[in-house]
Write a protein that binds this ligand. Sequence first.
Ligand code: ADP
Length: 267
Amino acid sequence: DANLYLQVRVARLGARYILLLAEDRTEAYRLDDVRRDFVANISHELKTPIGAVSLLAEALAIAADDPEQVRKFAKRLTKESERLTRITQEIIELSRLQAADALAKPELVSIDHVVSLAIDQNHVAADASAVQLVSGGDHGATVYGDEALLVVALHNLIANAIQYSPSTSRIGIGVSNTDGIVEIAVTDQGIGIPEEDLDRVFERFFRIDPARSRNTGGSGLGLSIVKHVAHNHGGDVRVWSQVGNGSTFTIRLPEATDAGARTGEEK
Ligand code: ADP
């Protein structure tokens, strides 16, 4: 196997015997690679906004006598530093999620609440591009997990849907609950994703073409965070998409079974 790393130790036992100790280090090497890639990607991602910040600071100093120019550069400086803040937050979030396979303190979470918090957080962006957020479906579904993380995940999906949709289009946020699986689906009528990229959109730092988006300030970490949140909750995330016809991202989570929030309601 080309990707198998064995660490071999040799010891001579007396005159006739040699002891060979082989240790499988494949996983350790793989994790090292992942870590190295992550750090390289982070450095690359941060270089652009940091470079922009220092150029803008120089430009500000040169333009000091021209109030119009000062305003323009200051505005761009604010934008770049906001971008730096967002990327840094996402990197911290992602490394925290990657460090833990499971959730520290799962609690009973109402999906209705998660949906309404995530919609609230996206209202300003939706209004700004006259995009309508429509939610519906099953009410009363609960899962065991971390509410704040689930809100982050759903927020990312809704923010992407807004980002990659034309203005005045509709975005649906639907909840269904079948056979013990709670599904939260975010459907947009946006630009869609080319088939060859569908497998890669959940990779860290993967962005299709920044020029496709109205706002090119993304980091390519949003969907990777969604994937990790879903996995840490014992679920997954799926995507359906067609170029020109829009996309549906679905987070699937195991329904909370023993706490009777839902069954109690139905009786
Ligand atoms: P970004 O910060 O670039 O949005 P994400 O990880 O959230 O990073 O998404 C990765 C890429 O997947 C995006 O750059 C975009 O090209 C594509 N993408 C994500 N969501 C959608 C969507 N709803 N419609 C079309 N393309 C999308």
